[in-house]
Design a protein around this ligand. Structure first.
Ligand code: APR
Length: 252
């Protein structure tokens, strides 16, 4: 594994990452909360993480189903008031540019903040669903959140059931289409660009491992080591996502 420490070493690592990306025939990106950190969205884990300030049980499916009126105001505050005000950063934009240039085949994200889509990426697999839509667990109807009145909580479907954000809660299964499409992308990847994830949340965390097992080169961008670093990572760019992606694009 190569690691970046001194500036010249970082430069060499960035140059290596850029050349591997350019030569890829099936480049897949896999992103986590860290890519949105520079958009002002804190990661989930760690000292200043979202779960250090809020109780994660609000996203436990059993707790939500029995206490929707208690969960919804907190869900609205985190995922609609706060996330909704965030804007895509230059790392999100760089991935959209790689897709437009035909270099990036598929983007798999664990994030539900919609920032990849808003940055212009279109081949996005939203592994944990998204916050754009609310779903009715009873009649399965979906609503664009922008068209739902969130001043009256909990929001309800026409059929009367409480609506739920269309993202995966703790205790819920990964949507079958996202599961199948991401596994296929991981199998096909010859290069996987892993950005801003601890690699600790399963089954998502298996995707880079499966790609690596099948021979893909794993490029990791993270200012800190993750579960992948020192294990499956081949090229470790120890930088924040925006700086790393800008330098990689400039080096191409
Ligand atoms: N650039 C790149 N990476 C960063 C940056 C940055 N500017 N800032 C922080 N990171 C890294 C951290 O070092 C950490 O490795 O981003 C990672 C964030 O880790 P987590 O908060 O655990 O996020 P993630 O791995 O995406 O979590 C996976 O857990 O709670 C669930 O469903 C939720 O999708 C989420 C899943």
């Amino acid at each position: 594994m190569e690691s970046s420490g001194a500036p010249s070493e970082t430069e060499a690592t960035v140059a290596k990452a850029a050349s591997v990306i350019c030569a890829a025939s099936h480049l897949v990106a896999f992103t986590g909360a860290g890519i949105s950190a520079e958009s002002g969205i804190p990661p989930f884990r760690g000292d200043n993480g979202i779960w250090s300030r809020y109780d994660p049980k609000i996203l436990d499916i059993d707790y939500f189903n029995t206490n929707p009126a208690r969960c919804w105001p907190i869900i609205k505050e985190i995922f609609y008031d706060f996330f909704g005000a965030a804007k895509p950063n230059r790392a999100h934009l760089a991935l959209a540019e790689l897709e437009r240039d035909g270099l990036l085949s598929t983007l798999i994200t664990q994030n539900i903040d919609d920032l990849h889509y808003r940055a212009g990426s279109r081949e996005v697999i939203e592994y944990h669903g998204n916050s754009r839509l609310l779903a009715c667990p009873s009649c399965r109807k979906r609503f664009e959140v922008a068209k739902v009145d969130l001043t009256r909580l909990p929001p309800r479907c026409d059929c009367g059931a409480v609506l739920k954000p269309d993202f995966v809660f703790f205790g819920e299964a990964i949507p079958a289409n996202a599961l199948a499409a991401s596994e296929e992308a991981a199998r096909r990847a010859d290069v996987m660009l892993v950005i801003g994830t601890t690699g600790e949340v399963y089954p998502a965390a298996l995707l880079p491992r499966e790609a690596s097992r099948r021979g893909a080169t794993i490029i990791e961008i993270n200012p800190q080591e993750s579960a992948y670093t020192g294990d499956i990572t081949d090229i470790f760019v120890r930088l924040p996502a925006v700086t790393a992606m800008e330098r990689i694009l400039a080096a191409q």
